[in-house]
Design a binder for this molecule. Sequence first.
Ligand code: ZN
Ligand code: ZN
Ligand code: FE
Length: 751
Amino acid sequence: MALLARRIVVQGIVQGVGFRPFVYRLAQKYRLNGWVLNSGEGVQIHLEADQPQPLEAFVKELTTLAPEAARIEQVSVQSAPPEGYSRFEIRTSRRDTPLETGISPDLHVCQACLQELFNPVDRRYRYPYINCTHCGPRYSIILALPYDREQTTMRPWPMCPACQAEYHDPSNRRFHAQPTACPHCGPTYFLEKHGEERARGYEAIKQCARLLAAGDIVAIKGLGGYHLACDARNARAVEALRTRKYRKEKPFALMASSLEEVQRWVLLSEDAAQLLTAVARPIVLLPRNPEARTALPESLAPENTELGIMLPYTPLHYLLFRAGAPSLLVMTSGNRSSEPIAYRDDDARRRLQGIADAFLIGERAIARRVDDSVVRVTPYGKLFVRRSRGYAPAAVTNMPVKQPVLGVGADLKNTLTLVVNGKAYVSPYIGDLEYYSVRESFQQTLHDLTAMYRVPLEDTLVVHDAHPGYHSTQLAQELGRQRMAVQHHRAHIYAVLAERNAWEQTVIGIALDGTGYGDDGSIWGGEVFVGSLKEGLNRIHHLFPAFLPGGDAAARNPVQAAAGFLAQLAELPDLHAPPFRFPKTFNLAFQLVQQGVRAFPTTSMGRLFDTVAALLGFTQPMTFEGQAAIWLEQQARRSPEVPPYPFPDLDYRPLLAQVIADRQQGRPIPQIARAFHQALANTCVKIGDRLARQFGTNIVVCAGGVFQNSLLIELLHKQIPSTLQLWFPHAVSPNDESISLGQAAAALQLG
Ligand code: ZN
Ligand code: ZN
Ligand code: FE
């Protein structure tokens, strides 16, 4: 019998990522006996040896050589009595324990699988559903936990003997690879045109590539939903897609065949290249390569200096490019306008039939909708614009709460956060609860999370927004017995504190946002707080108040928002005259403010951005959320550094007066936009610095949708004194996707 033994528990994302076969191979390497199994607490390992050295080497390589997709959060090693094993074995899962191990997000196809995919003698040559324990679908195919083939959408395809042999062989890369399949036993793709099947298997992929090259629009089933694809360099195809999709100006996401191809179209930094090639394969927003600008149709991303671009991530994408699809494809979500992305075949056929010329349909069902993730690059690292495929629903942080907690999020960019056994799982981006189908997704995601982690809703604390009119607030009333409301902008700040495990840390919180229901019932969005997660946040300062004439409609019309802000100025020029040329809607809105009719008090920073954009020429209604602010940021990026406008203590009146004067004197628009950005960064630093001293902290937390502006973050980074730390959200987005996490974190205040 061996002299020494160790009991090891590994926690984090270690299920469904090839962790047990990896442990097996590592044990073989050091000739260690014992076993490995998946349990409720994570992966458990028992090891035996006569000497300590191989045990130590094993423990070291356990973290350094772990599969790319595993995320190890904790490894505990304890001595144990030897039990006399004569070999190392993988034990089957214990099903009856509560599950603490995270559900893995969907993963990019790995290098080993790609090599087989293009190897003519491999039995999975050109097979679009190739995968292994290191890669492939997870969350998008799971019907229930534990993660077993029978509980995935691969259930209808029993494995052939060859696949079974691999599945049961601990030394094989496909050992217990739940979605494994091959051309003999598994699902395939087929091409459909006018409701008729035209080709199957690789022939279907080849024909699809040909259609794309010829300028057709094809609906292609991906990992978490349908994409609408066309040749990004074919102006006629891109414009047809815009018209048919009713998508006027919002930029289309792109997929490039390789990193070299990406480099032709955008300016690629080292950090951006790393994000593009990460296992999650997100869409990365990057500045266009000015030399290549005219080679792309303007309608791809009208008036936009950035492109959202991603690399292929499923075997199908690689096959399409290899089969001759154009090397730069539009890959936009398969929906009409702002509806949620289609993921069920019949629904896709019905909703996309007037848009797509053909359908490339995969037989494997998608269990739930998962959108592509979108990120930006900042001096503080990656910034989520949308956190979904590849990242969600991984746990983002630990939280010291005993009872399960559910945060139901905000309405516009809804997500859910479930805290169970001290881990906070943030769902993928769900969408705008205004749509019925999004409310259905909300219910499905809620069911998914609570069923997978076996959380009874009766015992769950449900936390919702303080807005009485929110759909999410209404939905919360139907859930659980215990409920709690959290103010929107406090939730923004709490989310950042939660991801840093800063429960008691006193901070200054600056929440800059479009909209959110305030304590006094007015529309907040430019708020400064002091306090901590444990004790709560006090509002100590805010943007100088303005009015929002017409309520929510003002959020879509910059001149309408402008009326509510400009009415606070002592004098105004004729804004209908050049250079402003405001449309008549401005006058109507201005009168509402003056008469106090349907004009709602607000401190929204988002609307101040809209106001400045309107003064600089963005006077038409927006066709997508945040459009005016994005336009303003891009204008500002065209200008070198300039002195900031006055913005004393967030009083915008001297600032707007200066913007108007400069505009009248013909100062270039980019310079005005830049001076505005610098004014905002400047005043945030000044207020943060002053209040931090006053309240004895050195931490300033920045959150809210306005911080999706990476120029603002760059300017803050440059100006912040070394005595202060700036905290931005990293694990979740700064926009309303983070509200559910902040809500759930507020449960700590109940003790
Ligand atoms: Zn693989
Ligand atoms: Zn097979
Ligand atoms: Fe918000």
